[in-house]
Design a protein around this ligand. Structure first.
Ligand code: G3H
Ligand code: 13P
Ligand code: ZN
Length: 344
């Protein structure tokens, strides 16, 4: 099946009461890991690429790898999503490239660091919604800013400095018409999210629940949702790595989010940890190896294991065959005729 609209996946997830992991990719092995995990668990899937990933892979490579994925895994509804688009032009180029969903992250200025104004955010996001919906493409917006800055997206400071204001969230959705809304509830990108297991003081699930009550029909997105499991940290450190002790977002908190409107969960760091640990292990145990396949294959297997586990924990497992894909042209018609959500 061709790449599908993210809106359809999220509407179906809302109907089924589950969440869908959105996993970041930069290369072939990561795409293969996700698609194998999706096949094994029978999961619909969102594959996402950041601006950094697009530039690393010259995104034409990435796009054609994704076409190969749809050819080789025809039973898996697969979305290609732009993660953290920083401007209208970035979203436009992703749509021209064949992405079926884009994030316009207008919560930050185009530098990806400076918090923007509400008006800037609404204007840029609204423009992307108009352009994208005309082609049946899904749009994710963001209100409030994530903490941290370590991988180039985030307002710096801690995760609590720019929490989403529920009133603003309602206004933002009404004024932009986004399909999905990323909210800031205390998480940040990267490995160093929390210095100890998060509590209600540092991970504001109460805020998420309040936003869901005000916007019961909006698909919520949790960014910075890697769990940073200790076992993955330990493998890295055992084989020469130097990660400082750190905590991520516990899976049970994500599951609470899923019960309260979260339909898309962004995970990158956990896969980076799994890949790095597997490669370090081969380098440490077999220093004579120099065939890249000797370490890329274990790395791919390690990522597949993490992704498959998350697919089961988020509840998307078993749902790949639930529905037939709607074409982007039909999605465009539905937006035009106000016939979304796909699943009432
Ligand atoms: O948004 C953060 C993702 O982990 C992507 O990170 O910009 O380093 O590719 P990146
Ligand atoms: P993590 O760094 O927690 O994996 O978050 C990834 C993310 O939010 C990508 O947009
Ligand atoms: Zn993010």
């Amino acid at each position: 099946m061709p790449l599908v609209s993210m809106r359809q996946l999220l509407d179906e997830a809302a109907r089924g009461g589950y969440g869908v992991g959105a996993f970041n990719v930069n290369n072939m092995e990561q795409i293969q890991a996700i698609m194998e995990a999706a096949r094994e668990t029978k999961s619909p899937v969102i594959v996402q690429a950041s601006r950094g990933a697009r530039s690393y892979s010259q995104d034409r490579f990435l796009y054609h790898l994704m076409l190969a994925a749809t050819e080789l895994y025809p039973e898996i509804p697969t979305v290609l999503h732009l993660d953290h688009g920083n401007s209208v032009d970035t979203c436009k180029s992703a749509i021209a490239m064949g992405f079926t969903s884009v994030m316009m992250d207008g919560s930050l200025m185009p530098d990806g660091k400076t918090p923007s104004t509400f008006d800037h955010n609404v204007k840029a996001t609204r423009e992307v919604v108009e352009m994208a919906h005309a082609k049946g493409i899904t749009v994710e917006g963001e209100i409030g800013c994530l903490g941290g800055i370590e991988d180039g997206h985030g307002a710096g400071l801690d995760g609590l400095s720019h929490l989403t204001d529920p009133d603003q969230a309602v206004e933002f959705v009404q004024q932009t018409g986004v399909d999905a809304l990323a909210i800031a509830i205390g998480t940040s990108h990267g490995a160093y999210k929390f210095t100890k297991k998060p509590t209600g003081e540092t991970l504001k699930m109460d805020r998420l629940i309040e936003i869901h009550k005000r916007l019961p029909h909006t698909h919520l997105v949790m960014h910075g949702s890697s769990s940073v499991p200790k076992d993955l940290q330990d493998v890295i450190n055992k084989y020469g790595g130097k990660l400082k002790p750190t905590w991520g977002v516990p899976v049970e908190e994500i599951q609470l989010g899923i019960k309260n409107g979260v339909r898309k969960i962004n995970v990158d760091t956990d896969n980076r940890l799994a890949i790095t640990g597997a490669i370090r292990k081969v380098f440490a145990e077999k220093p004579e190896e120099f065939d890249p396949r000797s370490y890329l294959k274990p790395a791919r297997d390690a990522m597949k294991k993490v992704v498959a586990l998350r697919m089961m924990q988020f509840g998307q497992a078993g749902h790949a065959g639930d529905y037939a894909p709607i074409t982007l042209a039909e999605m465009a018609n539905r937006y035009e005729g106000n016939r979304v959500p796909v699943v009432p």
